[in-house]
Structures are given as structure tokens and as C-alpha cells.
Design a binder for this molecule. Structure first.
Ligand code: GLN
Length: 544
């Protein structure tokens, strides 16, 4: 099978939507009938994203095979509606690690192993492997960072080498930003020209420029960029700011991007069909009735931009479910530490139609989250606890209903009298030996769903697979006591040892559900996650 490669690099500055642009290019090519896969290259030395702080790097996204990676992988999965694997993600660290492992295994047969060409060759190997595994006709590879940084020069070298080997099968897209000076309308193209020069000095010439700007660019500006950058005018794509990221594939097609790519790669489209996607986009526009969803978290210290990035999959999962129901979610951030300082503030939770406590680690803000969960339970406000949000709901129930006063998780207090959440048994011995690497339960695991539960009403099946990322779990020793006081364990691992879903019966609460896994990682625009759908339905019923 012939494979062709599209690389996406960024110019001028970061944070202008390279990830979404890559996912959208994938989407429009998929809609023309090609099988597409997407790869992200992160320039970090970290081997994976598991050790990166979400306030700095954004959410850690988890794949089925347990790979902890960049949030852009989530964008690819959502736009392309595919499940990706660790073959689709690499960092500088993982590439060097692979080369060093090969060297130790004598695979270079006594040769000197050098940064060039061996590092770029390894990058190319990985890309080809992902292409093969995903049976992709077209592979979109996003190179993190911005051209001109030392960090990504070896990845650009990989593009150059691959192109030298297959000149007709490689395209390079530059996603660049056009700033406006002052409050006028003077859109500046010079920074983009410099970015192209920088690519030129790496031996590369872009075929397509995605020109990001506030309001889009006109024909005149396209001509100017085309001439000054040596790119065909049809290859200059206007990419204005949008209300919803899901508009972007549709916008790209307004400038006929897929036609241009098809012409450049000399391939024949099998169909034209962005119909379903367009229908979804128009449904978003029609979803106007507002619903208020609160997210209680602690990653709030570095400003709004980071905040949304730390919880991006949850935000998107809420949106998918809401749009499917024809309503518009208004998401607000609630800082759990404020609930600790000011008890009166908790009452503000009654302004919300539904509240989520998402995943988290450590002790900061935990008592505020537990107080919030108690309020939501007592006031019958729909509650959805994810991972830590589930564990904290178990703690709240243990303390306030099962009579286990002071119950907590050993993540916070190792000496607690009632460790209702405790380290996973198989991990205990590892940690005792100070072996912290690989102590999380990561990736897809099966769960069995109890008939008659809310979870079963949502999934409509008794066996599901969901993605995990946790070190602690519900302590088996307390399950009976909790069940006797009314908590339902409606999802469990097939061996019955791990509690995957908790809930309260519907006659006690409209929606009080906690899950040990991360359902947000599997929600797709055209296929919202069943538990998020049920949560949003309950929140919609809460609209008085
Ligand atoms: N801190 C908890 C644990 O390690 C929850 C993790 C999470 O929310 N992702 O089990």
C-alpha cells in the first residue's frame, strides 16, 4: 500500500491551533475517502507526558494501550473518530531512548551512532510503523513547537530526509500567525515570511500555509503571501478565529484545501462527504438553550488559558453530550480551595444544573471538593465524579452516611483509621521498594455493569472498556459497609476486585455517579459518551 505524508509545523508563535489544524486536515481527507492516521511529535525530553504538570503542559491524555501523551492526541481521536496507540506519539526523549536501546542491542553493527542521521532515521521509522499499523494512506504528523527552535530541528531534518527519498509523497504545511498592529486592520505578513525563510534554511519549502488571523485574510493578502513565500495561491488557506473548533474542517473546505492536497499528492478522491460533520456543526449553532455546569478543581493558579487546557477532554465530552441533546453548556470553574476558606460559598452550587469533580492528585483543595460533593448529594444536584471525583465521593459517603468518621484516602493520610481509598494491592510491594515508575493503572480495562443501574441505562450493555490513570482504588475491606449504607457499586472489574462505578439509586438522587476511569477520553463529537449523556440529561431535567 502506498503511504503519503503530510507534516504540519508552526511558524511565528505557538498556541495558534496547530493540533486542531492537523486534526482538521485529517478530517477533510478522511471525508474524501482516504484512510488517515495522525502522529504527534513533542520536542520534550520527557519520554512521555505522564510526568508533566497539567498547569504547564495541559491535560495528560491516555490512550487504550496506556500511553500518557499530549492533549492533541485527544483532538486527533475526536476529529478522526479512531483509537490511536503509542506508535502515534513520540518525544525527543522517546526517540533517543529507542536509538540508545538499538545501540545497546548491537543493531547498528559496530557503526558510529550519530545524532544525524540516526535520530531523524528513527523518527522516520516510527512514522512508517504507525502508518503500517493503522493501514493509513495518508499520515498527518504534527511537529510540536515552532520552526526556528533548536528543539525541533532534528524533526525537520526527518521531513527533509523523507522528502528526499519520496519527493512526490511528502507535503509540508506551515501554520502561521498574522498579527494585527494596534487597533487598526493592518495585518502583517512579514513574520510568516521569516518563518518560511527559517524552513528554507532547514532545506524545506512549505506547500501550504494555513494563515491564522483574527478575521481571516482576503485575496490580496493571499497573493502577497504566495509571492513572497513561494507557495501557490491556492495553497494559502484563510483560518480566522472561530466560535467552535469543530467549524475548522468546514472552514478549510471553504478554501478548497482537500482539493489542493489531492492535486499536490496526485491522488484520486473516493468520495466527497463532510455531510455528517456539517450536520453536527449546524446542530452546535442550533443548541442555544443554556445549561450551567460547574467543574470543581484546583488547577487554577496560572490563568484561564491553562485552566481550560488542563481539563480539555472533559469540556469537549460535556459539549458533545449537550449538543446531542440540543442544549448549550455554560461551563464555569469552581475553585475547591475557596469552599474551604468560605463555607457559605458552597451554597452557590445550587446555581448549577450539574457539577463535575474531575481527576486530580494530592491533598490540596480536597476538603473543599468533599464538602461540595456532600452539598450536591444532599441537595439532589446532578453530580458526576471522575477518578479522584469518584474516590472523594466514596470518602464523603463513608464519613457522612456509613459512619466512618474521618475516612480518607492513603494518598493524603497513610495513618488514617478508615482508609476507604487505598493504594492498589499489586502496586503496594513496588512502592515499598521505592519503585515508583509504572505504579499507575493505565489504559483500557474492562468493567462489568450491573443490570438495572444508571450505568446500565446509559451504556445499555453489561461489559464496557474504559481508560484509566490512577494509583489508588476503593479498599475492598469497606465495600460491604458502604453497600449496607446504600451506595451501589454498579461497575466492577471482571474479577470483582476493583470498583469501577459507584452510584446512588434513582429514588435517592437524580444522578449521583462516580467512575474510577476517564470516560472523557472516549467521547467523540458524533458519538458522545453514554455516561456524559445521562449526566447532561439529568442536568437538563434540573432546568426548572
Ligand atoms: N489521585 C488518584 C489516584 O491516583 C486519582 C487519580 C486521577 O484522578 N486521575 O488514584
Amino acid at each position: 500500500m502506498r503511504t503519503q505524508y503530510i507534516f504540519v509545523a508552526g511558524g511565528v508563535m505557538s498556541g495558534v491551533g496547530k493540533g486542531i489544524a492537523s486534526a482538521s486536515i485529517g478530517k477533510i481527507l478522511q471525508s474524501r475517502g482516504f484512510s488517515v492516521t495522525a502522529i504527534k511529535i513533542d520536542p520534550y525530553v520527557n519520554v512521555d507526558a505522564g510526568t508533566m504538570n497539567p498547569t504547564e503542559h495541559g491535560e495528560v491524555f491516555v490512550l487504550d494501550d496506556g500511553m500518557e501523551c499530549d492533549q492533541d492526541m485527544g483532538n486527533y481521536e475526536r476529529f478522526l473518530d479512531v483509537n490511536l496507540s503509542s506508535d502515534n506519539y513520540m518525544t525527543t526523549g522517546s526517540v533517543y531512548q529507542a536509538v540508545i536501546n538499538r545501540e545497546r542491542a548491537l543493531e547498528y553493527k559496530g557503526k558510529c551512532v550519530e545524532v544525524v542521521p540516526h535520530i531523524p532515521m528513527e523518527v522516520i521509522n516510527k512514522i512508517k510503523k504507525a502508518a503500517k499499523k493503522n493501514r493509513a494512506e495518508i499520515v498527518i504528523t504534527e511537529i510540536g513547537g515552532t520552526v526556528g527552535e533548536y528543539q525541533n530541528i532534528l524533526f525537520l531534518e526527518a521531513v527533509r530526509m523523507l522528502k528526499a527519498e519520496n519527493p512526490g509523497d511528502v507535503l509540508l504545511v506551515l501554520v502561521s500567525y498574522l498579527p494585527i498592529i494596534g487597533d487598526g486592520h493592518e495585518l502583517k505578513t512579514k513574520p510568516t515570511q521569516y518563518a518560511v525563510r527559517t524552513l528554507n534554511s532547514a532545506g524545506l519549502q512549505p506547500d501550504i500555509i494555513i494563515a491564522r488571523s483574527k478575521n481571516g485574510i482576503d485575496k490580496k493578502r493571499k497573493e502577497k503571501i504566495a509571492i513572497s513565500c513561494g507557495v501557490e495561491e491556492n495553497g494559502i488557506i484563510s483560518a480566522p478565529n472561530v466560535e467552535s473548533i469543530y467549524d475548522i474542517p468546514v472552514n478549510f473546505e471553504k478554501d478548497n484545501l482537500s482539493d489542493f492536497i489531492i492535486k499536490k499528492l496526485k491522488i484520486k478522491p473516493k468520495r466527497v462527504d463532510l455531510k455528517e460533520w456539517r450536520a453536527f456543526v449546524s446542530k452546535i449553532k442550533k443548541s442555544v438553550k443554556p445549561i450551567k455546569i460547574g467543574i470543581v478543581g484546583k488547577y487554577f493558579t496560572t490563568g484561564e488559558f491553562v485552566l481550560a487546557d488542563s481539563y480539555i477532554s472533559i469540556i469537549e465530552a460535556v459539549k458533545h453530550a449537550a449538543y446531542a441533546t440540543g442544549i448549550k453548556p455554560e461551563i464555569e470553574w469552581l475553585n475547591s480551595e475557596e469552599f474551604e476558606q468560605n463555607k457559605e460559598k458552597i451554597k452557590e452550587l445550587s446555581n448549577y444544573n450539574g457539577v463535575i469533580v474531575p481527576g486530580g492528585f494530592g491533598g490540596r483543595g480536597v476538603e473543599g471538593k468533599i464538602a461540595a460533593i456532600k452539598y450536591l448529594r444532599e441537595n439532589k444536584i446532578p453530580y458526576f465524579g471522575i477518578c479522584y471525583g469518584m474516590q472523594l465521593a466514596v470518602i464523603e459517603y463513608a464519613r457522612n452516611i456509613a459512619g466512618l468518621s474521618g475516612a480518607t484516602t492513603t494518598e493524603i493520610d497513610k495513618q488514617t483509621e478508615y482508609p476507604v481509598i487505598d493504594i492498589q494491592r499489586e502496586q503496594k510491594s513496588k512502592i515499598e521498594k521505592n519503585d515508583y515508575g509504572g505504579t499507575m493503572r493505565l489504559g483500557a480495562y474492562e468493567a462489568e455493569i450491573k443490570k438495572g443501574s444508571i450505568a446500565h441505562a446509559a451504556y445499555k450493555q453489561t461489559s464496557v472498556s474504559e481508560r484509566h490513570r490512577h494509583r489508588y482504588e476503593v479498599n475492598e475491606d469497606y465495600i460491604e459497609a458502604m453497600e449496607n449504607s446504600g451506595l451501589v457499586f454498579s461497575g466492577q472489574s471482571p474479577d470483582g476486585k476493583l470498583m469501577e462505578i459507584i452510584e446512588l439509586p434513582r429514588d435517592k438522587h437524580p444522578f449521583f455517579v462516580g467512575v474510577q476511569f476517564h470516560p472523557e477520553f472516549k467521547s467523540r463529537p458524533l458519538n458522545p459518551h453514554p455516561l456524559f449523556k445521562k449526566f447532561i440529561e439529568a442536568a437538563k431535567n434540573d432546568l426548572k
